[in-house]
Design a protein around this ligand. Structure first.
Ligand code: DC
Length: 237
């Protein structure tokens, strides 16, 4: 690797494989890993814990402004801690998954979490934190466009709706039977439809490279993204 700290921004819809791919890329290159969706989930968990109605936009924004959140950026073992509590598992619950769009569509909450994401990315670029200033892979919905539009590598990870549904069904229900697909439909498609009202993550912005993972497995997708990184920066594992 050359000496410049590297920022890799990856966006994509639910079930595109973003998180696993971003982690794999971070591990391959020895970079930190930032899961920004986990920050929206942590904020949602916290509001529920505090009894704040998620449709009260002002109250939600106030809670998020004071959210005592610590993100651990080691791609081998990422952590999410709120007020000293490890919420890594709790934020993946169905309750949080179904409620998180209320926070993700709250513009004040987005501004706050986006500012924290920029700070975390900046710290990874410049300081001796997790990866010793070598850089970070940040993934979400608006990283390539809003949070880190100047990142030297920006990727939109897509997959057909059918592939995304099947992946989520396998993850959540352990099968991609017709019943499991139906049960997953709301979580994947409805949530993306809600989230699309505030951020565009189905179309690549200018300068963002699209990687279609429909016919690729995890290793194949990681390899495809590493190829983009090598093309754009010369950096290889
Ligand atoms: O990727 P995920 O399912 O963990 O994301 C959780 C929610 O947060 C989802 O509703 C999309 C939203 N999100 C967002 O709006 N912007 C981001 N940068 C990351 C996630």
């Amino acid at each position: 690797m050359n000496g410049e700290p590297l920022v890799i921004a990856i966006d994509g819809p639910s079930g595109s494989g973003k998180s696993s791919v971003a982690r794999g890329v971070a591990r391959a290159l020895g970079l930190a890993y930032l899961d920004t969706g986990a920050m929206y989930r942590a904020a949602t968990w916290w509001c529920r814990e505090r009894g704040v109605p998620l449709d009260d936009e002002v109250a939600v924004a106030r809670e998020v402004a004071a959210l005592p959140l610590v993100m651990g950026l080691d791609p081998a073992a990422p952590t999410v801690t709120v007020a000293g509590i490890d919420v890594g598992e709790a934020i993946r619950s169905t309750e949080v998954s179904q409620a998180v769009s209320a926070v993700a569509t709250n513009l004040d909450a987005r501004a706050e979490l986006g500012a924290r994401q920029r700070e975390l990315i900046d710290t990874e670029r410049t300081a001796t934190s997790f990866s010793g200033g070598r850089g970070v892979v940040a993934e979400g919905r608006d990283i390539t466009t809003v949070v880190a539009p100047d990142a030297p590598v920006r990727v939109l990870l897509t997959a057909s709706a059918q592939a995304r549904l099947a992946r989520r069904a396998l993850e959540v229900h352990g099968t991609d039977s017709a019943a499991a697909l139906q049960a997953t439909r709301d979580q994947v498609l409805r949530r993306d439809a809600d989230d699309s009202t505030v951020v565009e993550f189905h179309q690549a912005a200018p300068g963002v490279v699209t990687v279609d993972s429909t016919d690729l497995d995890l290793d194949g997708t990681v390899a495809a993204v590493l190829e983009v990184v090598a093309d754009l920066t010369g950096v290889r594992p």
